[in-house]
Design a protein around this ligand. Structure first.
Ligand SMILES: [Zn+2]
Length: 233
């Protein structure tokens, strides 16, 4: 003689086992998942590379500007220095200066655009750097927490498996095999409580005889509708 309650206890233990296994799998997946950190690093690397790419262009524009300044000064020297007096040469120097001043204007515009672009990139890089260090700190805390949870769950699963094997030793082999096969075919719900004359597994009203047999215990009594093992508390 054994109590059907022990089968119901086994089912509760199996539910707890499954839930703990699911939690452990989730914890392990989160331990391995560095995707957010990887993405933040990639973002920062991208911005740093974009800034590096602009450095040579910026130097090039700066050097063009100083060359232009020099050439403008030279043209002005010819215009106002007094050494040149020939009107045609003076007019050529005037034209040259005007042309150079236009070039300087264009180059200054390019410089300004470049500076605005660089400043925007620097601001984005600073945000990305800050975000990365915050994520790294968060991840460190999260990782330690997850490791702790992983260990606790592994220990809990070990205990549950021990309790399960002890409990199954108490149960008749036939009852256990009916239970195991129903557990597989009935979505993890093999033992159903009987409440107010209903099988709680399928919600169908049980014939009185079936209820009585389940209550008085004449071996394993199965619901005639869903085949689950009936348990009257
Ligand atoms: Zn049923």
């Amino acid at each position: 003689m054994f109590s059907i309650k022990r089968l119901y206890d086994l089912q509760e233990l199996d539910w707890e086992l499954s839930a703990s296994e699911v939690s452990l799998t989730e914890v392990r997946a989160r331990l391995e998942d560095d995707s957010e950190l990887t993405a933040a690093k990639a973002r920062l690397d991208h911005l740093v590379a974009e800034l590096d790419k602009r450095a040579p262009s910026r130097r090039e524009i700066e050097s063009s500007l100083s060359q232009l300044e020099e050439r403008i000064r030279a043209a002005e020297q010819r215009l106002y220095g007094g050494a040149v007096t020939n009107p045609r040469e003076l007019s050529a120097a005037e034209d040259e200066r005007t042309g150079l001043q236009e070039q300087r204007g264009d180059t200054e515009d390019r410089m300004l655009e470049m500076m605005v672009e660089i400043e925007e990139l620097q601001a984005s890089r600073d945000v990305a750097t800050e975000r990365l260090s915050r994520l790294e700190a968060d991840r460190e805390t999260e990782y330690a927490d997850l490791l702790e949870r992983q260990n606790a769950l592994a220990a809990k699963l070990h205990e549950l498996r021990l309790s399960r094997s002890e409990l199954t030793l108490e149960l008749p082999v036939v009852a256990l095999s009916v239970y195991e096969s129903l557990l597989k075919t009935r979505g993890g719900h093999a033992v159903a409580k009987v409440e107010r004359g209903l099988c709680r597994g399928c919600q169908v009203a049980l014939p009185t005889g079936e209820q009585q047999r389940a209550r008085s215990y004449q071996g394993v009594v199965q619901c005639s509708s869903c085949q689950r093992i009936l348990y009257v508390e």
